[in-house]
Design a protein around this ligand. Structure first.
Ligand code: C5P
Length: 288
């Protein structure tokens, strides 16, 4: 007898931050060769998928947040659903609802997390039977961050984001400070090119401190090669970093292509103290 089709599948789509992000060089295809430690954190969108006759995405949440998400052709969940349907004979329709909590275009991987969760759920709901590598392949066509977020844990990424291997990271407490404006990733990478910005330090020490959960050491090792070029155009990011450090964060770094800043706390209590001191910030733990 066939398995009953589930009426509804819901999943959390976790945001990420980049503990370090090294831009190694611009490639001939216009993308950039990266090395980055991608850490999923507790902040998450909620994705609910119901069987339907067509593929449709509905975005809900705070009005300013939901309206910032493209619900049409550019919505990454929809792109992901269509990309999966393309290679899956069993594909049917799906009503995808995204309860948006991750700030948009904030360097926190929100759209990519939604796309990754959508791929996982639909692969299951439709019974496409893709394995992890095949799913990552579809994800990579949707966006550079998607393969990392499909992994479901901390990963070290290479290439343009497509080479993904699990990394050990002890649970660490962070304070995220979204800044209320978005940065388009193509701009951030172009500014890195224009400024001939350098590549950051060898990440061995940062990887070792992250694995050991040594927040005091890791605080001084957070780095992001996109930060200086982005800060040169958006000085508010430097101010946000200074505010986090002045409040006692062990280190602070812009996440991804910005504009959010992540501050590292010693533990949960310290994180809560920092969040109380910095308006608009929130405490998260990663891995969740
Ligand atoms: O792959 P995705 O659509 O997320 O990338 C958005 C843009 O960010 C790319 O078009 C490119 O300009 C830039 N990018 C890059 N190198 C990467 C990832 C993204 O230059 N590794």
């Amino acid at each position: 007898m066939a398995e009953p089709v589930p009426r509804e599948v819901a999943r959390d789509a976790h945001a990420k931050l980049n503990v370090f992000l090294r831009v190694l060089r611009r490639r001939r295809d216009g993308y950039h060769e990266l090395e980055s430690l991608v850490l999923p954190v507790s902040l998450a969108d909620r994705i609910t998928v119901r069987p339907a006759t067509r593929i449709h995405v509905d975005v809900r949440g705070e009005p300013e947040m939901a309206s910032a998400v493209p619900a049409g052709g550019l919505n990454l969940s929809l792109v992901a659903a269509l990309a999966l349907a393309d290679g899956c004979d069993a594909a049917r329709g799906a009503e995808i609802t995204i309860e948006k909590r991750i700030p948009v275009a904030a360097g926190l991987g929100g759209g990519s997390a939604d796309a990754a969760a959508t791929l996982r759920v639909l692969n299951e709901l439709w019974g496409c039977g893709l394995d992890a590598a095949e799913l990552a392949d579809v994800g990579g066509r949707v966006g550079s961050d998607v393969p990392a977020l499909l992994a479901g844990g901390p990963v070290l990424i290479g290439g343009r984001g497509h080479r993904v291997r699990p990394a050990e990271v002890a649970q660490l407490w962070w304070v995220l400070l979204p800044l209320g404006f978005g940065i388009r990733s193509p701009d951030a990478y172009r500014w890195w090119d224009e400024d001939r910005a350098p590549t950051g330090p060898d990440p061995a020490a940062a990887l070792a401190s992250a694995a050991a959960g040594d927040a005091d050491a890791l605080g001084g090792l957070l780095s992001n090669d996109l930060e200086a070029p982005v800060v040169a155009r958006h000085p508010q990011i430097a101010e946000a970093k200074s505010a986090l450090l002045a409040a006692g964060a062990l280190g602070a770094v812009m996440s991804g292509s910005g504009s959010s800043v992540a501050g590292l706390a010693r533990d949960r209590e310290h994180g809560e103290k920092l969040a109380d001191a910095i308006e608009g910030s929130m405490v998260v733990v990663g891995p969740p």
